[in-house]
Design a protein around this ligand. Structure first.
Ligand SMILES: NC(=O)c1ccc[n+]([C@@H]2O[C@H](COP(=O)([O-])OP(=O)(O)OC[C@H]3O[C@@H](n4cnc5c(N)ncnc54)[C@H](OP(=O)(O)O)[C@@H]3O)[C@@H](O)[C@H]2O)c1
Length: 280
């Protein structure tokens, strides 16, 4: 039995779909099973990273865990809670969704969780993806309404990766012993800035897209006004500053190493998600 945490999110839901399609026994963790849309045959379990008893139930009888916790100041606490429950239940393998740059700064959200995974006595694989192509879905409502899409990263480039590639690596790591002890930094095939991504979308849509540059102090005000926790806001801003300073302009061979094929390009992601950007 494989347990997927973050099973209703971008990567977890794709991993769940792929594992279920292989006929593997799989369990999905969510805080609200009544709202979870999962493939047939998937066992859904109610659980919260802040409720240790629910995690104990979730890991019972489980062989491998795909550990996905939301990014933020709570990631460390969430990771440690799942790992403690998994260890006590005799789970054999953990694959953790981390992030590119997890080892670059002492205060990175994923740093402690990564260290605990490596030292936890279970076999492990760490996935450190760059920026998800799927983040572009956050622009979809503005694009559909022909309103300006906010640019928070200027012209800084990133190795934008298709979430489906991350999910494929996760599935391979969960079902095969080949990836045990591996840390994969996962990027797409090319460095893309916000304007580059917008240009790809424009080409696919056949029309121009309005954008607006948003300086970091305005980003801060907007995040705080939206009700986001202050610690989370500052943490997000530090990440955006690293990106703006060129700190995430990195390409790796992680997908090729893990899957034996090149990563999918952003153009393919755009074509497969074009409907989200079109007004019906
Ligand atoms: N976006 C990027 O560009 C990027 C890049 C690199 C790394 N990452 C990393 O990717 C991870 C996020 O992955 P994602 O985007 O696939 O996730 P996501 O779409 O943001 O979904 C978050 C998931 O976490 C679950 N969750 C939230 N709070 C929970 C709690 N208290 N207890 C149990 N479950 C809880 C949610 O489940 P329910 O709501 O159903 O309970 C949901 O399935 C983060 O760790 C982030 O640092 C992201």
């Amino acid at each position: 039995m494989i347990l997927i945490t973050g099973a209703t999110g971008t990567i977890g839901s794709e991993v769940l779909r792929r594992i279920a399609a292989r006929g593997e026994a799989v369990r999905a963790l969510t805080r609200d099973p009544s709202r979870a849309r999962t493939p047939p045959g998937v066992e859904v379990v109610a659980g919260d990273f802040d409720d240790p008893a629910s995690l104990e139930r979730a890991v019972s009888g489980v062989d491998g865990v795909f550990l996905v916790a939301p990014g933020g100041p709570s990631t460390e606490r969430y990771d440690l809670a799942v790992l403690a429950a998994a260890r006590s239940a005799g789970v054999r393998k953990v694959v953790k969704l981390s992030s590119i740059g997890a080892d670059a700064t002492d205060d990175h959200w994923h740093r402690t969780g990564e260290q605990a995974v490596r030292a936890g006595g279970m076999s492990w694989t760490l996935l450190r993806p760059s920026a998800f192509a799927g983040n572009a879905l956050q622009w979809a409502a503005a694009v559909r309404a022909d309103e300006p899409v906010p640019n928070m990263t200027g012209t800084a480039a990133q190795g934008v990766i298709d979430p489906r590639d991350i999910a494929e690596v996760a599935v391979e790591a969960l079902v095969s012993a080949k990836h045990e002890g591996q840390t994969y930094t996962l990027t797409g095939p090319e460095l893309l800035s916000f304007p580059d991504q917008i240009a790809r979308l424009e080409a696919a849509l056949g029309r121009t897209i309005k954008t607006v540059d948003v300086p970091l102090d305005v980003v801060r005000e907007q995040m705080l006004a939206s009700g986001m926790d202050g610690e989370m806001v500052e943490s997000r801003l530090r990440g955006l500053k690293i990106i703006r300073d060129g700190g995430n302009a990195v390409l790796t061979d992680g997908v090729e190493r893990a899957l034996g094929r090149p990563p999918t390009d952003f153009g393919a992601w755009v074509l497969d998600h074009l409907d989200a950007f079109v007004t019906n």
